[in-house]
Design a protein around this ligand. Structure first.
Ligand code: XMP
Length: 255
């Protein structure tokens, strides 16, 4: 089963379209041992309210890919959830392939990549590894932060058609053409979500980070066309992460 189908099945089973971004602040060397314990304890109490967990470089760095993170991914799976690596893969194909091999060997079900590097000797090897191993690739289309327009919002000349278009429109079309399992569009840009949904329809689901701390709202993103919400600090930095996750989930029931 494709990653796209697996996360849909998991979201239906859990009745949640929330992807937990397991993010924590920097810790000095003497406190790093606590990072694993904190990640584990948030996972233990929040897992009933989410369908997947997204791990970023700033958790890989203190934990290490084959010690802490592989263990954590095992725990994510044991709780019936999927694990997404937010690597924003962005290099030449040969390097991308090795990056993906390591993360998939650590157990990740999908990886996030940047379509800016293109297909031949860019993301093609990454898609090939992912397909061979039955994992997913999710592409950036329009990021959630304020400066996103400087890159994703640029007007470009499409390399194939010669037509003027927007970078994010071109990335959404590439997601369709390359058979991506999802695209990331910030919850902070609901109009972009709606526009990209118009291109992707039901074929490629939209993942939206930027809820809460970055100013986006869950309901608006879902109504605009997002399938999944990626939520970090609103949950992980809350005094009671389980309550924060449950409250968010309750707020989107029926949306
Ligand atoms: P917060 O705390 O803002 O965290 O809920 C969001 C998480 O998602 C990551 N992030 C993105 N990842 N494309 C991505 O692939 C994006 O546009 C994007 N915006 C935020 C962020 O690094 C954090 O882990």
């Amino acid at each position: 089963m494709s990653f796209k189908a697996r996360i849909k099945e998991t979201a239906n089973r859990k009745d949640s379209r929330i992807v937990l971004a397991l993010d924590f602040p920097y810790q000095p060397p003497e406190n790093r041992a606590n990072v694993f314990a904190r990640a584990q304890s948030v996972l233990d109490i929040v897992h009933p309210y989410v369908c997947a967990v997204k791990i970023n470089h700033h958790l890989i760095l203190p934990l290490g890919t084959f010690d802490g993170v592989q263990q954590l991914v095992g725990q994510v799976h044991a709780k019936g959830l999927l694990a997404i690596m937010d690597a924003k893969v962005n290099d030449i194909g040969a390097t991308n392939q090795v990056i993906a091999d390591y993360y998939f060997a650590a157990g990740f079900d999908a990886i996030i990549a940047n379509p800016f590097v293109g297909w031949e000797e860019g993301l093609k090897p990454l898609f090939e590894v992912s397909r061979r191993l039955g994992r997913g690739v999710i592409l950036l289309a329009y990021m959630s932060h304020k400066g996103a327009h400087e890159g994703y919002g640029q007007t470009i000349i499409d390399a194939e058609t010669g037509e003027r278009t927007s970078q994010y429109v071109s990335f959404a079309k590439k997601a369709l053409k390359w058979g991506a399992d999802g695209v990331v569009v910030g919850a902070t840009y609901p109009q972009k979500i709606a526009e990209i949904k118009g291109i992707l329809g039901e074929t490629v689901p939209i993942y939206s980070p930027g809820v809460g701390e970055q100013g986006g709202t869950a309901e608006t993103a879902l109504k605009a066309g997002s399938s999944y919400l990626i939520v970090g600090r609103e949950i992980t930095h809350a005094g009671d992460p389980a309550q924060a996750a449950r409250r968010l989930l309750d707020s989107i029931k029926g949306v």
